[in-house]
Design a protein around this ligand. Structure first.
Ligand SMILES: Cc1ncc(COP(=O)(O)O)c(C=O)c1O
Length: 377
C-alpha cells in the first residue's frame, strides 16, 4: 500500500495570486441577510493539544450552519444567488437585491435549478430553493442512504437516484441544464463550467473570516499556523488554501488536506503531478467520496497544499468518538480532520517537516455535525 502521507514541498513558499479580503467582506454581508444567519463556534481542545505536543488545537464547528448540519450552505447560497442573478441579467455581485426579490423574479421567469450531490450540498441548494421559492431537482448516487435523500426531499426538492457514482451524475445534469430556464448549480468545475464553483469557493470565505477573529480571541491575538481541511472535489480545500496563503497576509499557515482511502483523488493527483481520476469505493465520509477534482481547485491545491493525508473509515470513526467525548458534534467528514492531525503527529518526519510543536496553533475545519452512518469494524 502506498504511503498515506504525501509531502508537497513545492507548496512552502507559494502565495495565491487572488485577493480574498474584498470578497470575504461582501459575502459575509450577504450571508448576514439570510434567514437564521449564525456565526459557528470555535472550540479549543487543550487535552488533545497536550497529547500531541501542540500549542492549541482549535475546531471550527460547522455542525449548525443556518440550521443545517454542514458548512455547504455558505457556498451554495452565494453560488445560487449569483447564478440566478446572472441568468436573469440582474446585477447581484455586490449583494444589491434581497433573495426574496430575486426569487420572485426567478419564479416569473419559470427558472428551475438542477444539481447532483453526495449529501450536504444538495440539501443546502434545496434549502436555498425553499428560501427563494424556486423548484430544485437533485440527482443522487445510489450509495446515498435513504435517510439523507429524505432530508433533501424535506427541503422541498425532487430527488432522483441513479445506480452509479457521483462522477456518473455530471453528464446527466449537464444535459438537463441545456434547457434554457434550468440552471446548473454545482460545487465542482469542469471544462466550460467554472463560474458557479468559483462562487462556492467565495462563499466559504465567511467561515474563514469568522475563524480568523475567533482564533485571535482564543489564543491571545495569535493567528493559526496550520489548517486541516477535508477534501472531496476540492472546493473547500481551495478556499482554505487561498485564504491562508493570500498575498499580503501577515500570518501564513501550512495546509493539510484529508481524504478517505477509497476516494483519494487529491493525493493521487499530487503524486502524479497532474489531476487524475480514481475509482471510488464506499466510505462513511460521504461528502469526500469524489473521484475527480474540480478543475479550478486543482491548480491551487497542487501549488498550495503542504501535506496530503489519507485516512481509513476506522480512523475517522475513532476521531468522531474523540470529538464527541469533547462535546463536539462531528460527522465522519469533520472527524477526518482530527484523524489526519493525529496521523501526522505520530510520524516524526512529517511532524518535523511541518514544524508542529508547542508553539503551533492548529485549526481543524470540522465541516459536518453528527449523523448516522454504518459503524466500521
Ligand atoms: C461535510 C463535508 N465536508 C467536506 C466536503 C468536501 O468539500 P469539497 O467537495 O469542496 O472538497 C463535503 C462535500 O460535500 C462535505 O459534505
Amino acid at each position: 500500500m502506498s504511503s498515506p502521507i504525501h509531502i508537497n514541498s513545492d507548496a512552502r513558499g507559494w502565495t495565491h495570486e487572488g485577493s480574498r479580503a474584498k470578497n470575504e467582506g461582501k459575502v459575509l454581508a450577504f450571508h448576514e441577510t439570510l434567514p437564521d444567519y449564525n456565526k459557528t463556534p470555535l472550540h479549543s481542545l487543550p487535552d488533545v493539544a497536550r497529547e500531541l505536543g501542540l500549542g492549541h488545537v482549535l475546531v471550527k464547528d460547522e455542525s449548525n450552519r443556518f440550521g443545517l448540519p454542514a458548512f455547504k450552505i455558505l457556498g451554495a447560497s452565494w453560488a445560487m444567488y449569483r447564478a440566478v442573478g446572472w441568468h436573469l441579467g440582474i446585477p447581484v455581485a455586490e449583494g444589491q437585491i434581497s433573495i426574496a426579490e430575486l426569487g420572485a423574479k426567478a419564479r416569473k421567469a419559470a427558472v428551475e435549478i438542477v444539481t447532483a450531490t453526495e449529501g450536504n450540498c444538495g440539501r443546502a441548494i434545496a434549502r436555498m430553493g425553499k428560501y427563494m421559492g424556486i423548484p430544485v431537482r437533485v440527482w443522487v448516487p445510489s450509495f446515498m442512504p435513504e435517510a439523507t435523500r429524505e432530508l433533501i426531499r424535506g427541503e422541498g426538492a425532487e430527488v432522483t437516484v441513479i445506480d452509479g457514482s457521483y462522477d456518473d451524475l455530471i453528464p446527466i445534469i449537464s444535459e438537463e441544464a441545456e434547457d434554457k430556464d434550468t440552471i446548473l448549480i454545482l460545487d465542482v468545475s469542469f471544462e466550460g463550467f467554472t463560474d458557479v464553483p468559483k462562487y462556492f469557493v467565495q462563499g466559504y470565505g465567511t467561515m474563514l473570516a469568522e475563524a480568523d477573529k475567533q482564533i485571535l480571541q482564543a489564543t491571545g491575538e495569535k493567528a493559526a499556523t496550520h489548517a486541516v481541511v477535508p477534501c472531496g472535489a476540492g472546493s473547500v480545500a481551495e478556499a482554505v488554501t487561498a485564504h491562508y496563503k493570500a498575498p499580503g497576509r501577515e500570518s501564513r499557515a501550512a495546509i493539510l488536506s484529508v481524504e478517505p482511502t477509497g476516494a483519494a483523488c487529491l493525493q493521487a493527483s499530487l503524486k502524479a503531478g497532474q489531476s487524475v481520476t480514481v475509482q471510488t469505493q464506499d466510505t462513511i465520509m460521504n461528502g469526500l467520496n469524489c473521484g475527480t477534482l474540480s478543475t479550478t481547485a486543482w491548480p491551487v491545491l497542487k501549488a498550495g497544499i503542504d501535506v496530503s493525508v489519507v485516512i481509513s473509515d476506522l480512523e475517522s470513526h475513532a476521531a468522531v468518538k474523540d470529538l464527541t467525548a469533547n462535546r463536539i458534534s462531528a460527522g465522519p467528514c469533520g472527524g477526518a480532520t482530527l484523524a489526519a492531525l493525529k496521523k501526522v503527529c505520530s510520524d516524526a518526519d512529517t511532524k518535523g517537516y511541518l514544524g508542529l510543536d508547542g508553539s503551533s496553533i492548529v485549526v481543524l475545519y470540522c465541516t459536518e455535525g453528527s449523523r448516522e452512518y454504518p459503524v466500521p469494524t
